[in-house]
Design a protein around this ligand. Structure first.
Ligand code: GLV
Length: 322
């Protein structure tokens, strides 16, 4: 029976789907996540079921006999897809099933940061609430505000859809325009990044991490933001220059940030930790019971199909398997 390496546990029904297709070798829990160690564990395996913290690059992808890497995530910046293609290794991801959960969470961060919910919760629990006051915990209006969406893929569109219910003015920046019908349906206007940054009360980031999007938001963008702006990131940490964000927050160039992802994850810039106007979440945007289960099943099905010699449904490098 073919062997596959499962880097981290996945949720039901994923394990069953994998077990029906191959002998599953579990990577040691808490084991080192460096390329050399993963390569060693992958020897003799035709597949690796990876997650976003696993570096899957040349060293791993050159493992003899390796046929498929199935990432349990929609993002795949942890995998060198060009190197995989060169080694004829299929790469798959889990698109679509996490769009709603992630859009929900982007909106959750937007609202939580705007209305200072985490700060308010701490205020109560630390015994500081001694009565109503007219100027207590003033936040930012959401209803009717301007939302700038950077990246109008499935998740960006999901956020726009939610924003419509809040009567928001929706701007978006994306090199690829939406069809006119979709723009009309969402009430979204395509603008350049400078205009989006300058006019938005809320900015939500929904781009993949690529060399082009790394530090897309840095000092010049922070300098151009409205002072009441709130920045939300549920995409990938390095899209935002975290040191520049800290500087901009210290200089009050924006009002706050809601972050689910970090430039050097799982490390968080230490100066963000004490900031009351920043809401920090541990990369949980897709973390609902149903979504994570569907991601597990999808990744397992991709791998099972590859092991059986088929073409996985969510193949990112189709040139490997015509
Ligand atoms: C999570 O960040 C994912 O890419 O699925």
């Amino acid at each position: 029976m073919s062997r596959i390496l499962l880097m981290h546990p996945i949720l039901d029904p994923g394990p069953q789907i994998l077990a029906e297709a191959a002998e599953v070798i579990a990577y040691p829990a808490g084991g080192p996540l460096d390329e050399a160690s993963i390569r060693q564990a992958a020897e003799g395996c035709v597949g690796i079921v990876s997650q976003l913290m696993d570096p899957i690059r040349e060293t791993v992808l050159s493992t003899p006999g390796l046929k498929c890497v199935s990432n349990v995530a929609v993002g795949f910046d942890n995998i060198d897809v060009a190197a995989a293609t060169a080694h004829k290794v299929m790469v798959t991801n889990t698109p679509g099933v996490l769009d709603d959960a992630t859009s929900d969470f982007a909106f959750t961060l937007l609202m939580t940061t705007a209305r200072r919910v985490v700060e308010a919760d701490h205020f109560i629990r630390s015994g500081q609430f001694h009565g109503w006051a007219i100027d207590m915990m003033l936040g930012q209006d959401i209803y009717g505000a301007t939302l700038g969406i950077i990246g109008i893929g499935r998740i960006g569109r999901g956020v726009a859809h939610r924003a419509k219910g809040f009567n928001m003015r929706i701007l978006y920046y994306d090199p690829q325009p939406l069809p006119q019908e979709a723009e009309e349906q969402l009430g979204a206007t395509r603008v350049d990044l400078n205009r989006l940054i300058a006019e938005s009360d809320f900015i939500s980031v929904h781009v993949p991490l690529t060399p082009e999007t790394q530090h897309l938001i840095s000092t010049p963008q922070f300098n151009a933001m409205k002072r009441n702006a709130i920045l939300v990131n549920t995409s990938r940490g390095p899209v935002i220059d975290e040191a520049a964000l800290v500087e901009a927050l210290n200089a009050k160039k924006l009002a706050g940030a809601g972050l689910d992802v970090y430039e050097r994850e799982p490390a968080v810039h230490p100066h963000l930790i004490p900031m009351a106007n920043v809401v920090l979440a541990p990369h949980i945007a897709s973390a609902t019971v149903r979504t994570r289960s569907e991601m597990s099943a999808m990744a397992a099905r991709n791998m099972a199909t590859a092991v059986r010699g088929g073409r996985p449904p969510n193949l990112l490098n189709p040139e490997v398997k015509r």
